[in-house]
Design a protein around this ligand. Structure first.
Ligand SMILES: CC(C)(COP(=O)(O)OP(=O)(O)OC[C@H]1O[C@@H](n2cnc3c(N)ncnc32)[C@H](O)[C@@H]1OP(=O)(O)O)[C@@H](O)C(=O)NCCC(=O)NCCS
Length: 285
């Protein structure tokens, strides 16, 4: 087995692995990692075929995220996942990132625990399945209604507090790819909530989805559902939020699977998890 850094040419191989795992990412998501720094993205090859991937992204020097940890089912249980993870940690330690975070699936969690990661809180993937005849008509948003640049800057500023670090490059890319999903709610006192969304390979994905109260959370979800033309909608909600489950159940979402937010190092910038209805996604935080 050989580990090397990932390039654009490896995106189809990475996409094959994430399709086998039933994940919703697109080529654009791999590009976000590669554009952020390809020195921190790795593939594992066995007999010149890519059998594993792991990618990292550093957020403003405060912490890094590890995502897209995937191994071909035919090659699992031989240490490829652990070796890829060690390579990520070695790289992030070499550039002196003080804290490394990730959102673990139950399959990944034992590997991370073995490498010194501790649990911070639990997340849950929830899924909405809509009938075709219940979907809103497409193209309801006039492009003029997409978020104006100064407003987007304010949202990105608020996100630095909520997330705990600057991930504006990622959110700008998400906004460029699906501007109709970028939303915010304001009152005289300031920002009440905001959201971004992605068009994934099989579902629309709502997140980050931030709301100061339940009514705002509902409003953002309803606007997202009116913009989405897909039958399947996903969101990764935070158990640290007191009202999110009520909102999801009221709109017909169902629980799909658990995720564990984990960290290694000094978790000095946890952000404001109580305001987070849903994260951007387990691969990005
Ligand atoms: C999670 C995942 C990446 C693990 O990949 P992997 O290559 O099988 O991982 P490893 O082989 O390093 O470790 C898996 C198990 O094999 C064991 N193992 C490690 N080296 C081994 C070896 N040389 N021989 C036999 N077993 C070994 C590990 O101890 C581990 O055992 P555990 O489950 O009891 O902890 C893989 O299951 C996967 O792609 N899952 C789907 C996607 C996913 O959930 N990714 C994680 C996102 S957080």
């Amino acid at each position: 087995m050989q580990i090397r850094t990932m390039t654009e040419k490896d995106i189809p191989a990475g996409t094959r692995l994430k399709d086998i795992a039933g994940w919703n990412q697109t080529e654009a998501d791999w590009r976000i990692f590669l554009n952020a720094g390809r020195d921190g993205c790795f593939v594992a090859e066995v007999d010149d075929v890519v059998r594993g991937t792991a990618a990292t992204i550093v957020y403003g020097g405060r912490f890094a995220w590890v995502g897209m940890v995937l191994v071909d089912p035919e090659n699992r249980g031989h240490g490829i996942g652990t070796t890829l993870l060690k390579k990520c940690l070695e790289y992030l330690d070499s550039i002196q990132v003080p804290c490394i975070k990730l959102d673990a699936t139950p399959l990944g969690k034992p590997i991370y625990e073995g490498l010194g990661f501790a649990s911070e809180y639990e997340l849950e993937r929830w899924t909405l399945k809509r009938r075709r005849e219940d979907l809103p008509r497409q193209g309801q948003t006039d492009p003029d209604e997409f978020m104006p640049a100064p407003l987007l800057e304010n949202v990105l500023k608020a996100d630095r507090e909520v997330f705990g670090a600057d991930r504006s490059a990622v959110l700008r890319a998400v906004n460029r790819a699906a501007p109709r999903f970028t939303d915010s709610v304001w009152n005289a006192g300031g920002m009440e909530g905001y959201a971004f969304g992605r068009r994934g390979s099989f579902a629309d994905h709502l997140g980050p989805w931030i709301a100061k109260d339940e009514a705002t959370g509902h409003r953002i979800l309803d606007r997202f559902l009116a913009q989405s033309s897909r039958e399947v909608v996903l969101t990764d909600c935070s158990n640290a939020n007191p009202f999110i489950k009520r909102i999801l159940q009221a709109r017909g979402f169902e629980y799909s699977r658990p995720l564990a937010r984990m960290f290694r190092g000094r978790n000095e910038y946890p952000g404001q998890p109580e305001l987070v209805c849903a994260i951007l996604g387990p691969e990005f935080g």
